[in-house]
Design a protein around this ligand. Structure first.
Ligand code: CMP
Length: 143
């Protein structure tokens, strides 16, 4: 499945604005298949583990505090060229720089509360999907 999966999270501010449904509709209308999904609240420990790749960045503490501050919706998505196509759908990291019509432009608040996370490589997509979903929780596109 390498190359065909990616991991997204609807982050706390976007979740609290009740935009998860609209964001999921954008995702599935763009051709992504919902392999797995759940709502949950990350603990601080889980957020630190998930974002460990950023542990030396100046924004790390704010990031993990924010990501564990409220409920999120986490989903594993499947599509050919999933990582790259999803990054195009969500737009640049900073909503102020993201193109019109992208998810981060339309639903993001600021750099931290940028509506959604998206995996940045096929390798990380596998690690991130394994972080949240067991094999028995995954339901792939029929056919
Ligand atoms: P995300 O795709 O979840 O991956 C790491 C997150 O760190 C990123 O989205 C941003 O929300 C957040 N972040 C906060 N500050 C910065 C920054 N200066 N540069 C990049 N990402 C940042």
């Amino acid at each position: 499945m390498a190359g065909n999966i990616t991991l997204t999270m609807v982050k706390p501010v976007a979740y609290s604005k009740n935009t998860s449904g609209k964001i999921l509709a954008r995702i599935t209308e763009a051709g992504f298949w919902l392999v797995a999904a759940r709502t949950m609240q990350l603990s601080l420990v889980q957020a630190k583990k998930f974002y460990a790749v950023h542990k030396d960045r100046p924004f790390f503490n704010d990031l993990v505090e924010f990501m564990s501050s409220g409920p999120i919706l986490v989903a594993m998505l499947e599509k050919e060229n999933a990582v790259e196509d999803y990054r195009l759908l969500i737009g640049k990291t900073n909503p102020a720089e993201a193109a019109d019509g992208t998810i981060r432009h339309d639903f993001g608040t600021n750099l931290q509360a940028n509506a959604v996370h998206g995996s940045d490589s096929d390798e990380n997509a596998i690690i991130e999907c394994d972080f949240f979903f067991s094999k028995s929780e995954r339901f792939y596109r029929p056919g």
